[in-house]
Design a protein around this ligand. Structure first.
Ligand SMILES: [Ca+2]
Length: 161
């Protein structure tokens, strides 16, 4: 499955409003992610940047859906090539048992758009330009895709714990 399909499916999962209590926070990686930096603009215009910053962390044991835990944090995406800006509050993180360097989470903007993020932390030693990856998928309140971008960081760093 392509990264884009994975992130879209995560967004769909996180969009479901099946709020249930139960389970416990698994001892799994990917439950906390922090990062900032930039990749190329989704516009494809040479030299244009898409900058990002985020924090995402589980709040506790409350689940939204199987393996999706209520979370807190912030997401800010600014694509200088397309002129788009998304500021979202994180509400859910997909917790998985494998790929300990990977975190998947989603936030909601004030106008109801869903911002889905998947990041891969290629190392955790704080090295800049270390091959970290981010995939961004934004759907508006009608579940229409309004922004898609993915790439290896050209500046900055992502850390996943
Ligand atoms: Ca890193």
């Amino acid at each position: 499955m392509s990264k884009r399909k994975i992130i879209i499916s995560i967004v769909v999962i996180l969009t479901l409003v099946l709020l249930t209590l139960g389970g416990c926070v698994p001892d799994a990686a990917g439950t906390k992610a922090v990062g900032g930096g930039w990749i190329s603009s989704a516009s494809g215009a040479p030299g244009e940047k898409a900058t990002f910053g985020f924090t995402a962390q589980l709040k506790g044991m409350e689940t939204i859906e199987e393996n999706v835990y209520v979370s807190k944090g912030r997401i800010l995406i600014v694509d200088h090539g397309t002129g788009q800006k998304f500021r979202a509050t994180v509400y859910g993180t997909y917790v998985h048992g494998d790929a300990s360097d990977t975190s998947m989470f989603a936030g909601k903007t004030k106008d109801g758009s869903i911002v889905g993020i998947m990041v891969v932390d290629k190392d955790s030693n704080g090295v800049v330009n270390n091959g970290d990856e981010i995939t961004i998928e934004v759907q508006d309140a009608s579940s229409v895709s309004v922004y898609s971008n993915t790439g290896t960081l050209k500046g900055g760093n992502i850390r996943v714990k």
